[in-house]
Design a binder for this molecule. Structure first.
Ligand code: NAD
Length: 262
């Protein structure tokens, strides 16, 4: 296990769900954590408190909007200024919108592409030089089973997540000799606020009840019939930061209950 104590981990979209779970996972190894994401002040405060309680060496919150390249640049440079390095970058921020193509609002398309795909480009273009200078780095892109297979009514999300895999592979090759690895994690359904919100929208789009959406749409694809746990995704992200994972780069790691095996 690489010693993560005192290393700095920047996680986009980490005020909730998977990102917060990953933050707590790295905190438990004594890392400095940079939290990012939206939320009411008390929710953000609770995320900071929980991450500290999980064992973080230090926690800094930066509310950069992942649709704004200048704020993304400041997120990375703040982390460097405050903690002296950006050792691990986790691109996790994401939103969803479920709608048939003919009704898909163009502004939702733009926002989803910006938050999921373009923000990962911007964080990486600022973090890679810092990792190169430090001689070590790990980049983990939280993609999705939807980076590998499609579902109807999720055009922007599926396109952005497929794009994220292309970006992962490209940057992995560019930094392969710099002791930096770049990988994607592709979870199936995880019961986070993002998915809770989708249940109602999918029910509407497909003319189904919410129970039918859970059982016949979400868990139908997941052959284990279990939602993926946030803690299991954090454990996989931590493994990708170990010395044993130094030759794992440019890959996608599925954690989807067999969804994409079918
Ligand atoms: P979530 O809604 O709980 O968390 C999303 C996070 O992104 C929040 O912290 C939110 O504030 C942040 N965010 C949204 N817009 C932002 C913006 N413009 N700038 C900065 N931060 C912003 O969702 P989640 O389920 O934890 O999803 C996290 C990631 O995991 C997403 O990329 C999602 O696509 C991916 N994912 C989720 C699932 C799932 O089933 N939940 C499955 C596969 C992949």
């Amino acid at each position: 296990m690489t010693n993560l104590s005192g290393k700095t981990v920047v996680i986009t979209g980490s005020t909730s769900g998977i990102g917060l779970g990953i933050a707590k996972g790295f905190a438990a190894h004594g890392a400095n954590i940079v939290l990012n994401g939206f939320g009411a002040p008390d929710a953000v405060e609770a995320a900071v408190k929980d991450t500290k309680a999980a064992g973080a060496n230090a926690v800094h919150y930066n509310g950069a909007d992942m649709t704004k390249p200048n704020e993304i640049e400041a997120l990375i440079s703040d982390a460097q200024k405050i903690f002296g390095s950006v050792d691990v970058l986790v691109n996790n921020a994401g939103i969803q919108h479920v709608s048939p193509i003919e009704n898909f609002p163009p502004e939702k398309w733009d926002a989803i592409l910006a938050i999921i795909l373009s923000s990962s480009f911007h964080t990486m273009r600022h973090a890679v030089p810092l990792m190169r200078a430090a001689g070590w780095g790990r980049i983990i892109n939280i993609a999705s089973a939807h980076a590998l297979v499609a579902s109807p009514y999720k055009s922007a999300y599926v396109a952005a997540k497929h794009g994220m895999l292309g970006l992962t592979k490209t940057i992995a090759l560019e930094v392969a000799q710099d002791n930096i690895t770049v990988n994607a994690i592709c979870p199936g359904y995880v019961k986070t606020p993002l998915v809770e919100n989708q249940i109602a929208d999918t029910a509407k789009a497909r003319g189904m009840s919410e129970d039918e959406v859970v059982n016949t749409v979400m868990l139908a694809a997941q052959h284990t019939k279990k939602f993926v746990k946030v803690e299991d995704i954090a454990a996989l992200a931590l493994f990708l930061c170990t010395d044993a994972a130094q030759n794992i780069t440019g890959t996608h790691q599925t954690i989807d209950g067999g969804w994409t095996a079918a």
